[in-house]
Design a protein around this ligand. Structure first.
Ligand SMILES: C[S@@+](CC[C@H](N)C(=O)[O-])C[C@H]1O[C@@H](n2cnc3c(N)ncnc32)[C@H](O)[C@@H]1O
Length: 241
């Protein structure tokens, strides 16, 4: 298993993570967790499960396998599982989401929330997600990214120059483009909170159909240029083919 900088970093961050996320999610990002897991069924793999903040929201009956590099984060996730009484349906594994070693084509969903900003290769991670999913499976992403509000995006670009190389925290990755490049068809794409949060649902490509054929050019241009205005910063720019 590779041990990138995020492993040691998140071991150190683990004791503070839940409190920090509580602040960030009650202000900047808002709570996206119920949306991320709503309607999921069957066997689910959660990439970068962290301290298990999504676990309370999974629908009853789902069998969740959570993977994370950080033993410190996993330790807290284990505590959460025993508090929730979900131990029979949740398996927590220390591993790399770029190469999980899990069975191919055996999962109904792969979920990633705020993880792809930290992995070394999001492309490798999403190709791995593609490998794990059944043909009718679903990929769910809730990730932070650049802003559609130019001054904020400029600031993020500045911070990203340091946070990327030094902390493995990449603030402006284009997650929908990575998903399509890794063999997914986007079924919904929304940006929220001044574009800072991107929410994606996608299915493994069944044909050669690309995002270009699925999404209207206007909607795609808005997403990639970040040009749409968001007065309140909380409305969705839905792109639902
Ligand atoms: C910002 S935290 C997000 C945690 C959780 N998904 C959430 O929504 O709160 C990122 C997590 O991804 C994990 N991580 C980063 N790179 C990873 C990799 N290649 N494989 C597995 N986990 C990884 C980190 O250890 C950390 O727990």
């Amino acid at each position: 298993m590779k041990a990138p900088v995020t492993d040691a970093l998140f071991d150190r961050v683990a004791p503070l993570y839940d409190r920090a996320m509580k602040v960030v999610e009650s202000t900047v990002l808002a709570s996206q967790r119920p949306w991320a897991v709503s309607g999921l069924r069957g066997r689910v793999v959660e990439f970068g499960v962290g301290t298990g903040l999504n676990l309370p929201y999974y629908p009853p009956g789902t069998e969740v396998t959570g993977i994370d590099l950080s033993s410190g984060m996993l330790e807290r996730a284990r505590r959460r599982v025993s508090e929730l009484g979900r131990i029979s349906t949740t398996t927590l594994v220390q591993g790399n989401v770029e190469a999980t070693g899990l069975e191919s084509g055996a999962y109904d969903a792969v979920v990633s929330t705020y993880t792809l900003c930290n992995v070394d290769s999001p492309d490798a991670a999403l190709r791995e997600a593609r490998r794990l999913l059944r043909p009718e499976g679903v990929l769910v992403l809730v990730e932070h990214t650049g802003s559609t509000f130019s001054p904020l995006d400029w600031l993020l670009a500045l911070v990203d120059r340091l946070s990327g190389p030094r902390m493995g925290e990449h603030l402006r990755r284009d997650h929908p483009a990575t998903a399509t490049g890794a063999g997914f068809t986007l079924t919904s794409l929304e940006r929220r909170r001044l574009g800072l949060v991107v929410r994606v649902r996608a299915t493994p490509d069944q044909s050669a159909q690309s995002l270009e054929e699925e999404v209207s050019p206007l909607a795609r241009d808005e997403f990639h240029s970040g040009g749409a205005s968001e007065g309140q910063g909380d409305e969705a720019e839905g792109v639902t083919p």
